[in-house]
Design a protein around this ligand. Structure first.
Ligand code: HEC
Length: 105
């Protein structure tokens, strides 16, 4: 009897974690929150940049013309980008590019 209850408890926790964990990692890795933590301090929450500080807009006509690949490359290639930005993984860069495209519309 006791063992059955324990098994049930362990099963419940296991199932709960299965549901929770993928959702948690998704939340940390969606384009909007990645942009917010890695880019918005410089390029602004609306991605219009800060002309006074020579930080380019990411929603300008020039930025719209960049292909997704070129845009993603700029993230790791731009000399003025700090290490935390350059260390963006290719998968994260794709998510960020998709998010910035949604701001460009
Ligand atoms: C520390 C401030 C800072 C952060 C954080 C930052 N950037 Fe930048 N970014 C800059 C500056 C400054 C430039 C212009 C560099 C130059 O003129 O050489 C730039 C340039 C760019 C460009 C090239 C724009 C163009 O028209 O050529 C892109 C694309 C870009 N950043 C995207 C991002 C993305 C995406 C992130 C987040 C992952 C990010 N940046 C985070 C400061 C920042």
């Amino acid at each position: 009897m006791k063992t059955t209850k324990l098994v049930m408890l362990v099963m419940t926790i296991a199932v709960g974690l299965f549901i929770l964990i993928p959702n948690l990692s998704w939340a940390a890795d969606d384009g909007a929150s990645l942009y917010k933590t890695k880019c918005s301090a410089c390029h602004g929450a609306d991605a219009t940049g800060k002309p006074a500080a020579k930080i380019p807009s990411l929603v300008s006509d020039d930025a719209k013309k960049l292909s997704d690949d070129d845009f993603a490359k700029k993230i790791s290639d731009t000399p003025k980008h700090p290490g935390t930005v350059k260390s963006t993984t290719p998968d994260q860069a794709k998510l960020i590019v998709t998010y910035v495209r949604s701001l460009q519309k």
